[in-house]
Design a protein around this ligand. Structure first.
Ligand SMILES: [Fe+2]
Length: 215
């Protein structure tokens, strides 16, 4: 005889009905999956970044990973507090997630950052939807999610700053896939550097460049 599921406790937090509390905790399960996926994806980029910006991007990612891991723990423990067992197992995450794996392997710093910008878009948009749901029944969960989005959006800005032009345009703005985002900055950068290299005659200084001899 199959054992009765013990996923849900008989209680939730005070002031909410058990049905309300458990339903909101179920919403948090998807946020838990997304954050678990995000911290692994950020580590993947940390290991696969190459090129001149290697150390700055490699080291920029670790504090983000640590913070996202703390959010994983915070969301899981909020679920347990609300009377629903958090599921942190890899198979369950893969079975229930609504997105594909990050698909950039070895790539330059800006290529990873352009692709990760899209990853952040997805996580943040869904976090905001969860904030809306939480706001209807539980300001405590809402407050937790708002605090997380504030940090996630700050991290996304760190990434966007690397792919933003002086006029405020994001170089990956027309991309809808991670590979496309990486490609858009790679093509742009190489096209620009080829163009500026061709414009320079041997011995001629670039615009704004000063001769060292004048010092
Ligand atoms: Fe490392």
């Amino acid at each position: 005889m199959a054992k009765k599921s013990n996923k849900n406790a008989s209680y939730t937090v005070p002031g909410l009905t058990t049905t309300e509390g458990h339903a909101l905790a179920d919403t948090l399960q998807q946020r838990l999956n997304a954050l678990n996926d995000l911290q692994l994806t950020l580590k993947h980029a940390h290991w696969n970044v190459v090129g001149p910006n290697f150390i700055s991007v490699h080291e920029m990612l670790d504090p983000q990973i640590e913070t996202v891991r703390s959010f994983v723990d915070e969301v899981a423990e909020r679920m347990a507090t609300m009377g629903v067992s958090p599921v942190g197992l890899p198979g369950a995450i893969v079975a229930s997630r609504t997105w594909d794996d990050y698909d950039v392997m070895r790539a330059t710093g800006v290529e990873h950052l352009a692709a990760l910008d899209l990853v952040y878009n997805g996580v943040i948009k869904d976090h905001r939807k969860a904030i809306e749901k939480a706001g209807k029944v539980d300001p405590i969960t809402e407050d937790m999610l708002i605090g997380q989005v504030k940090e996630l959006e700050l991290f996304q800005w760190f990434m966007r700053s690397h792919i933003e032009s002086a006029s405020g345009q994001l170089e990956n703005s027309s991309a809808s896939t991670e590979k496309g985002a990486a490609k858009s900055v790679a093509a742009d950068k190489s096209a620009k550097s080829i163009k500026s290299a061709q414009a320079l005659k041997p011995g001629k200084l670039a615009k704004g460049e000063k001769s060292a001899k004048k010092k």
